[in-house]
Write a protein that binds this ligand. Structure first.
Ligand code: HPA
Length: 250
């Protein structure tokens, strides 16, 4: 069993865990992954923006990243996203467990099923985020001293610009709870490759129009970051491949 943690803004390593860097090349491009050592030799870490945060959301090679994890034997993934909060149920600096998404991205490579050789495949998305890992996140959150709120719908925008207040109003009306730039196509590419996928988002600001100017609570990320990673490791350890089935391919 091999599991992976995909980190977003503010999550550039696994605190206190020794890793070795590995560069991987596949048909979709290059990816850099970090292989856990010692007690964590079944954990792979991938930071989607790069360790120096040099890759913007619209330039991330999502397919190369996911294919790299698949080729390394990963069966289950927990992902993190820094987001803006759209609704009051998801306060800044408390985790939002994702259960659904609205995909407003465009111009990205969105499928592995895009050649005649691969054939036609439709990944089923009625439960995009693994219910078992999500429930375990809710259960174990308090023990890690971190607020966890369930049931968030993630709005994926293209970025790198932030949204306008009218866009945020629209996303509110559509049922969005948090907004970020990297959640899609990652979640359904993982599904296409048969990997179970769950995600927690960390609101670091109120979305556009909800306060006079957007304030990013960057300084506080460090406080939550380590707890968040430890929680994800705990969730991965306390769930299994038998419990967590990837979405169906139709
Ligand atoms: N909008 C989009 N992406 C984000 C935000 C936001 O307000 N905050 C962090 N990532």
């Amino acid at each position: 069993m091999t599991v992976a943690i995909m980190g977003g803004t503010g999550i550039y390593n696994l605190p206190g865990i020794k890793v070795t860097e590995k560069r991987v090349r596949n048909a979709y491009g290059d990816a850099v992954v970090y292989l856990g050592q010692g007690d964590y030799d079944d954990v792979i870490f991938l930071t989607r923006h790069g360790v120096d945060h040099t890759t913007p959301p619209h330039k991330v090679n999502y397919r190369a990243n996911l294919k790299a994890l698949k080729d390394l034997g990963v069966t289950r993934i927990m992902a993190t996203y820094a987001v803006g909060a759209i609704t009051t149920g998801y306060p800044v600096m408390e985790l939002a467990v994702l259960r659904d998404f609205l995909d407003f991205t465009s111009g990205r490579e969105t499928s592995f099923f895009d050649t005649i050789e691969r054939g036609i495949g439709h990944v089923e998305m009625s439960k995009p985020y693994c219910p078992v890992m999500s429930a375990k996140t809710i259960e174990l959150g308090p023990a890690h001293g971190i607020g966890v709120n369930d049931g968030a719908t993630y709005v994926a925008t293209n970025g790198p610009r932030f949204e306008s207040p009218a866009e945020i109003k629209m996303y509110q009306m559509l049922g969005g709870d948090v907004v970020g730039m990297t959640g899609c196509p990652e979640v359904y590419l993982a599904g296409e490759l048969g990997m179970a996928f769950a995600a927690v988002a960390l609101p670091i600001n109120l979305a556009a129009g909800l306060e006079e100017n957007i304030t990013i609570h960057e300084g506080n990320i460090d406080m939550v970051r380590e707890k968040m990673v430890r929680l994800m490791l705990d969730v991965l350890k306390n769930t299994s491949d038998e419990d967590c089935k990837p979405p169906l391919l139709l």
